[in-house]
Design a protein. Structure first.
Length: 247
């Protein structure tokens, strides 16, 4: 609705003092938009995309070349500037979509899951670019939607959580954690068994071992793994009962 793709059923929203539903043409002059799914022209190169959108955004002709060059450099797309978009990897397509959204430093930028499909290194690079534009350079206000809490914590100064289209809470990250955070996160690490223990375990198992073991065999396995305390958790009707059968 904020980008004008969907007409709101009720209420008003304003960008730069312009009501979206009534002054959409004026509103769109102030926004950049990166959709969740890349809206790229298959047979157009990376550089041609940027030049095309620079013209659509009415950026003065004498400034377009410099802005396109800067966008290619910021998004690390120089090596692919003459590559057709259909030949780009998923990560580079996302970079191009974000570069188009950021072109001309619009005051408001909507990014819908900008790092989707990227490997961890490319994702971190994308986060750095977005953070520099919104926080360090303070050129644009960025509204980001994401399913990744890691991404939200890395980029957002204020966070809102929506359920079925309804805003449930909004605030800075620490405020939300303090107010709604419950429980603890438990991390357990196990010491791997040595090759000797594994070999000893194998020799103790009967030949042609069935998929299920007798209770005594299960106890032998647990003893070898130094986990005899788990025996009490095994009974005919409770957790672990599928591990053995009685002869």
């Amino acid at each position: 609705m904020l980008t004008g793709d969907i007409v709101p059923s009720e209420g008003q929203a304003y960008i730069y003092g312009h009501e979206i539903s009534k002054q959409l043409d004026k509103t769109r002059q102030y926004i950049g938009y990166c959709p969740q799914f890349d809206a790229l022209l298959e047979n157009v190169t990376v550089q041609e995309h940027l030049e095309l959108y620079a013209a659509i955004k009415c950026i003065p002709k004498e400034k377009r070349k410099l802005l396109v060059r800067e966008s290619l450099f910021k998004m690390d797309l120089n090596l692919y500037k003459n590559v057709l978009s259909k030949e780009l990897s998923g990560g580079n397509k996302r970079k191009l979509s974000v570069a188009i959204a950021m072109l001309g430093n619009p005051p408001v930028v909507f990014l819908d899951e900008p790092s989707t499909g990227m490997d961890p290194q490319a994702r971190r690079f994308m986060w750095t670019v977005i953070s520099n534009i919104s926080t360090a350079q303070k050129k644009s206000s960025i509204i980001l939607t994401t399913h990744s809490m890691e991404e939200a914590e890395a980029l957002c100064t204020k966070m809102g959580i929506m359920v079925n289209g309804e805003l449930k809470c909004i605030g800075n990250i620490q405020h939300l954690k303090s107010k709604f955070g419950q429980g603890y996160e438990l991390e357990i690490k196990f010491t791997a068994n040595s090759q000797e223990n594994i070999a000893a375990l194998i020799t103790r198992l009967p030949n042609n071992t069935p998929q299920k073991l007798t209770l005594s065999e299960v106890k032998t396995v647990l003893s070898t793994l130094e986990a005899s305390y788990l025996e009490q958790m095994i009974s005919q009707g409770n957790s672990g009962s599928h591990l053995y059968f009685e002869l």
